[in-house]
Design a protein. Structure first.
Length: 653
């Protein structure tokens, strides 16, 4: 029987289509696959079960060979598989072989101690940017220390993998761009313990603690509600960002190629400029959660008799950077978010009649715009003061524009836990080192609840209720106070100290190594060293001193207050040429603090001031930058800041 081609061709097409459909419907794994965190050169945790896991076709049989042991697994209905090797002591290098339809082999694997290094920019800060970095990098040859950096990964829901990761043996070439705090910590632990150390740097500059805490614990702690942040798909998130961009660009007459170079001139067309209240971060205005550049403009009238004088322009604090113009002339710029702007206008810059002040503000993340007090915004000369707070004009620039609606981790609670911690949870680890808090300073009181919630969430998700969590207290930063003052940073340090109530925690005090003009102290060696002391004592059981003096209690004795301490060392000392204690303030019932005289005797300190006859409270190192605080133990570790009162601080909302 002969089959005609006209009959055979449709039949073949249908069969081909069916084959394609069946092929495309097969599981995506086909070959056995490992998570990105498992690679050659890695360190696996000693003395705990070693989990090896991955994905394959449903029902596929997998054989895993490691350190002369072979374990078998079968992929479940979703393609997941896992084996758990019994605890092993430190050693290596070893080879890991996974056999299924395909074979994978990982080489040069060590068994030792794995530490998670997390937080914001001071943890992210690279070794190459630290004190004496050239020599430190040159000497960074430690083949038994292994380094892994997790890329920035914001996720709305927890993910189980970050692909294409790479563990490296520590060398001058690989250490230079690694976390400096992580490196110095790991180096000092390794030198003492002589055990392989794996360091996983999972950090993101400028991030708040909410982003690093699981959603469940944020809700349980009352920090967010179930509907605080909707869960969007990547496609929905991108669509939302594009809608916001289109709306703002239309409002301000923008396109991506627009040139804004003449917006500083008085004669600029104001057709597309809008009203905005200053001061105030623009996220609270119609601009919403965006980053980039916004131009601000204020026109003021100056009488003829004042025009020829020298003026001072005060704009308060601006986040992040500014370029400021008066009548088209740039009179100053500042590239810091935390410094009040004060610019001197030489005679002739201010003219009789209408004058134009233009400020180009650039924000690279978080809040943007003017955020000082309204009283800080003014134009002054010897005979006059003009208030500048109130309504200004503004115009968005397309330069550097991006939305924060879905791309800023501080807008999306739990997003960094989901994307940068959740994929690591199958790893057994020795503990965590943490350096964060700067981004939460304005909410220090809430940090008392938030920070313990973060630690508890990690312990639960890792299924390690005794997970050691060692953290860095905020460094000293900003201009020191001339008089005792309230301080957000001091209150954040207090919240960090209070978190020591949780078991298996430790805090490295570094209020003696900060820098007034840089939120990123270059001395990361001492940070890593003090964290290592905590680990060596609390985790490894070494008989060493790992903390400075800690305040215990007080008693009032007439016009003096006597403080008692837990010394945590051989003795307390004043780190001063003449033996004088500094950094103490004392107050009476009126709650007004005065700098105090302080005298050290044995394990007590007597504090007094001629300005306070009936004292009730003492504070030590209480300020953004307590640069003169000098109470230490004889082992060279500083005392933490503290206060004896419990009065509401400025971050209590």
């Amino acid at each position: 029987m002969k089959i005609h081609h006209s009959v055979l061709k449709p039949t073949l097409n249908k069969l081909l289509s069916l084959f394609v459909i069946l092929f495309l419907s097969l599981p995506a794994f086909s070959n056995v696959k490992l998570p990105g965190v498992l690679t050659s050169n890695m360190v696996l945790q000693r003395n705990k079960e070693i989990k090896i896991w991955g994905w394959a076709d449903k029902g596929e049989k997998i054989s895993v060979e490691f350190n002369n042991k072979v374990l078998k697994a079968i992929a479940d209905n979703k393609g997941n598989w896992m084996v758990s090797f019994p605890p092993m002591k430190e050693g290596g290098p070893y080879t890991l072989k996974i056999k299924a339809k395909n074979t994978l082999q990982l080489d040069n694997i060590l068994i030792g101690d794995v530490w998670i290094c997390s937080g914001q920019s001071n943890m992210e800060w690279r070794l190459i940017n630290t004190t004496n970095s050239a020599k430190e990098i040159e000497n960074a040859s430690y083949p038994e220390i292994r380094l892994l950096t997790i890329p920035k990964n914001l996720q709305y829901t927890p993910v189980n993998d970050i692909p294409n990761l790479k563990w490296d043996a520590c060398s001058p070439a690989t250490a230079a761009d690694f976390s400096a705090v992580g490196y110095y910590f790991g180096r000092d632990v390794y030198r003492e313990m002589k055990v392989p150390v794996g360091l996983i740097n999972t950090s993101w500059g400028g991030t708040n603690a909410e982003a690093w805490t699981s959603r469940e614990f944020l809700e349980n702690a009352g920090i967010i509600g179930p509907e605080t942040v909707p869960v969007l798909s990547p496609e929905e998130a991108k669509k939302k960002e594009l809608l916001l961009k289109d709306s703002l660009f239309k409002r301000f007459g923008l396109n991506d190629g627009l040139d804004a170079e003449n917006w500083n001139l008085p004669g600029t067309d104001l057709k597309y400029w809008a009203n905005i209240e200053v001061p105030g971060l623009w996220e609270t205005s119609f601009l919403g959660n965006i980053d980039g550049q916004v131009w601000f403009r204020k026109d003021i009238s100056i009488p003829e008799n004042l025009a020829g004088k020298e003026w001072k322009l005060s704009l308060g604090k601006i986040d992040d950077n500014d370029k400021t113009y008066v009548n088209g002339v740039m009179i100053g710029e500042t590239n810091r978010y935390d410094e009040p702007r004060v610019y001197i206008l030489k005679p002739g810059i201010i003219k009789p009649g209408m004058n134009t002040i233009v400020v180009r503000v650039e924000d690279t993340g978080g809040g943007g715009g003017f955020y000082g007090n309204p009283d800080d915004l003014k134009l002054l000369c010897s005979d006059s003061e003009i208030t500048l707070s109130g309504t200004w004009k503004c115009r968005l620039s397309p330069v550097g524009f991006k939305t924060e609606t879905t791309s800023n981790p501080n807008i999306v609670p739990s997003c960094l836990f989901n994307g940068m911690i959740a994929p690591l949870l199958n790893l057994e680890v020795s503990g965590v080192i943490w350096y964060q808090g700067e981004s939460n300073a304005s909410q220090a009181y809430r940090y008392r609840t938030l920070f313990p919630a973060l630690i508890k969430s990690w312990r639960k998700e890792w299924n390690l209720p005794e997970l050691p969590f060692l953290y860095v207290q905020l460094a000293n930063f900003m201009k020191p106070n001339e008089q005792p003052s309230e301080s957000e940073w001091a209150e954040l340090r207090e919240a960090q100290s209070m978190t020591l109530k949780l078991p298996y925690t430790g805090m490295a005090v570094i209020t003696d190594i900060g820098e007034e003009n840089d939120i990123h102290p270059k001395n990361k060696q001492d940070v890593g060293y003090r964290l290592a002391l905590l680990a060596l004592h609390k985790v490894y059981g070494k008989n060493i001193i790992d903390e400075g003096p800690v305040y215990k209690n007080m008693k009032i004795d007439g016009n003096k207050i006597i403080l008692e301490f837990e010394t945590y060392g051989s003795a307390m000392v004043a780190k001063d040429k003449y033996g004088y204690l500094k950094g103490f303030a004392i107050a009476g019932e009126d709650r007004k603090f005065y700098w105090a005289k302080a005298y050290l005797k044995d394990n007590t300190i007597t504090v007094m001031s001629d300005s306070v006859s009936h004292p009730v409270a003492v504070r030590y190192a209480w300020g953004n930058n307590p640069d003169d605080a000098n109470l230490y133990n004889s082992e060279g570790l500083p005392a933490s800041s503290f206060r004896t009162d419990s009065w509401d601080g400025i971050t209590v909302r």
